[in-house]
Design a protein around this ligand. Structure first.
Ligand SMILES: *[C@@H]1O[C@H](CO)[C@@H](O)[C@H](O)[C@H]1NC(C)=O
Ligand SMILES: *[C@@H]1O[C@H](CO)[C@@H](O)[C@H](O)[C@H]1NC(C)=O
Ligand SMILES: *[C@@H]1O[C@H](CO)[C@@H](O)[C@H](O)[C@H]1NC(C)=O
Ligand SMILES: *[C@@H]1O[C@H](CO)[C@@H](O)[C@H](O)[C@H]1NC(C)=O
Ligand SMILES: *[C@@H]1O[C@H](CO)[C@@H](O)[C@H](O)[C@H]1NC(C)=O
Ligand SMILES: *[C@@H]1O[C@H](CO)[C@@H](O)[C@H](O)[C@H]1NC(C)=O
Length: 489
């Protein structure tokens, strides 16, 4: 019993600051084992419930939002509770890290600033974080430096609902718990032109590294859903995103000036692009000069009747390079992969690889637009031409398609190195007469039906081509998950 007296339960559950914390699981498990040997105390042992999940890091400390006065009734504001929880737990950043547990309930709150590194926000399956609809709960911050201005209004922007900046090792996860952006008021104000600042995103992590966002349901974001920006080593997994297909700018996942990102097993129904890859806008993006590169998207299902499954741009002025996508399903989506750019953007989109994409009911399977327009202001450089080069698509099947491809490069700045192989596109009964339109593009096709445009002439059967897809993995694919176990009091 020497061990038992060394680790009395009171010490295990009561922290110096008077809130209840759960310490090292290994120690608790030992106590549980000892308690159960002691017969009379075994009832106590049984009320300790444990849960576990996979994460890039486990935490030594854990506390529940209820320990900080949180009330999950859907009415009471928890803004202060979240603030003080994160403030207090941040003291463990360099002492094993901390987890904030959100139990079942509806937790109304304003913007949550994740100010701590080595921190996990964990949502129980029946936990719903309800985003306040009160604008004053979203402090106004400066526009993104690579955009120069807000998307909805020129000045500042409302802080995102879940926000973090300059962090290392941050996790937002759950057993498919919900984050509800309650976006309808924001959408109305957007349509009425009543927004003084750019709408909040649902989750935005800036200037950070080692990020995991997994196993959550995101509902009705005011605008973009998941926005990692100026960050690296990012894992987005098992996310369900749902917003009305007519809601404005409710993009799914937008990696923006990020390196080494993995997005997988996501299901997205939204009013804008399911995944939109970005890197800054016109002269601001060129000056900031931070590309998005080393990105893999796999096992994505997208429904978005007015937008793309995967878009690159239109803000791509910092460059986009080494993007891979595989096993993508699109159902009733305007386009498959879409590249959007314009004169004045500068930058580049190069080395894009897509394989095994299945599409049903599409307007365009392939779409490239060189005249997207949409400038941050009038000061863009008309000589800043984007370079679009090395775009590879292979092994795709589409059904019920209105137009196979609409590929429009820039006059004097053609999009080059386009390769499309083994693609079968079934046209809709009411399809356009000419399935392909191509201007200012160069490349090849092989084994593609219906017959491509002359600018992308099909290879003769005897010299069939298979378009490239890299064989070596990205560093983010080497990330190993740990099994983290926590005990609830
Ligand atoms: C959020 O926290 C960061 C520090 O991590 C701070 O710089 C920033 O100003 C905070 N944001 C708001 C809106 O308070
Ligand atoms: C965050 O990091 C960026 C880039 O390193 C730096 O410019 C900025 O000042 C940092 N912000 C804070 C709040 O530390
Ligand atoms: C998560 O919840 C959403 C919304 O209820 C549901 O559609 C989805 O199937 C769930 N995902 C998993 C993996 O359980
Ligand atoms: C997400 O949930 C799935 C299904 O429960 C599980 O297999 C997976 O390990 C979880 N992943 C993460 C990163 O939370
Ligand atoms: C084919 O697409 C049209 C829209 O272009 C849609 O109305 C129709 O329901 C689709 N048919 C099938 C079989 O999915
Ligand atoms: C062509 O693509 C289809 C659909 O992805 C795939 O099943 C088939 O194996 C591919 N054929 C070749 C020769 O790679």
């Amino acid at each position: 019993m020497a061990l038992y007296s060394k680790f009395p339960t009171e010490e295990l559950s009561k922290s110096p600051m008077g809130t209840y914390l759960i310490k090292r699981v290994s120690i608790l498990v030992m106590v549980v084992a000892l308690l159960s040997i002691r017969g009379a105390d075994s009832r106590k042992a049984r009320i300790l419930e444990s849960f576990e999940y996979m994460a890039i890091s486990c935490r030594e400390h854990s506390a529940s939002i209820t320990d900080f006065g949180g009330v999950g009734d859907g009415q009471t504001s928890n803004t202060k509770a979240f603030q003080s929880a994160i403030d207090q737990l941040s003291q463990y950043a360099l002492d094993g890290g901390a987890q904030l547990y959100v139990p079942a309930g509806k937790w109304l709150t304003g913007s949550i600033n994740l100010t701590s590194s080595h921190f996990t926000l964990y949502l129980h399956q029946d936990a719903v974080l309800l985003a306040s609809q009160d604008e004053t709960e979203y402090p106004v911050i400066k526009p993104l430096p690579s955009y120069g201005r807000g998307r909805d209004a020129p000045n500042g922007r409302f802080t995102s609902f879940i926000f973090g900046t300059n962090l290392t090792d941050v996790i937002v996860t759950g057993e498919n718990g919900t984050i509800d952006g309650q976006g309808v008021v924001w959408w109305q104000n957007f349509h009425k032109g009543k927004l003084k600042y750019t709408r909040p995103y649902l989750i935005e992590i800036m200037f950070s590294t080692n990020i995991q966002i997994s196993n959550l349901t995101l509902l009705n974001s005011p605008s973009w859903n998941v926005h990692p920006v100026y960050s690296s080593n990012i894992l987005v997994q098992g996310i369900t995103i749902i917003a009305p297909v007519t809601s404005p700018n409710t993009d799914g996942i937008n990696p923006d000036s990020c390196t080494n990102t993995r997005i997988e097993d996501c299901y997205i129904v939204s009013g804008d692009d399911c995944v939109a890859i970005k890197s800054g806008w016109d002269e601001y993006g060129i000056a900031f000069g931070m590309p998005t590169k080393q990105l893999i998207i796999r096992r994505l299902t997208c429904i978005s009747p007015y937008s793309a499954t995967i878009a690159l741009g239109s803000e791509m002025s910092g460059g986009i390079e080494d993007v891979r996508a595989e096993d993508i399903t699109a159902v009733h989506t305007e386009s498959g992969v879409r590249i959007k750019t314009a004169i004045g953007r500068g930058g580049y989109v190069k080395n894009v690889y897509v394989e095994r994409m299945t599409m049903h009911t599409m307007k365009w399977v392939f779409w490239m637009t060189g005249n997207y327009g949409s400038h941050a202001d009038k000061n863009y450089d008309p000589n800043a031409l984007p370079v679009i080069q090395g775009i590879n698509y292979r092994d795709m099947v589409a059904e019920n398609v209105s137009m196979a491809a609409r590929l429009e490069g820039i006059s004097g700045d053609p999009f080059t190195g386009i390769c499309i192989s083994n693609v079968t596109i079934g046209m809709a009964a009411k399809a356009k007469k000419v399935p392909w339109t191509c201007t200012d593009v160069e490349g090849i096709t092989s084994g593609v039906t219906p017959r491509p445009c002359d600018l992308l002439a099909d290879q003769e059967p005897e010299k069939q081509t298979t378009c490239d897809f890299p064989v070596e993995s990205l560093p983010i694919d080497m990330v190993e998950f740990k099994r983290c176990t926590y005990i609830l009091k």
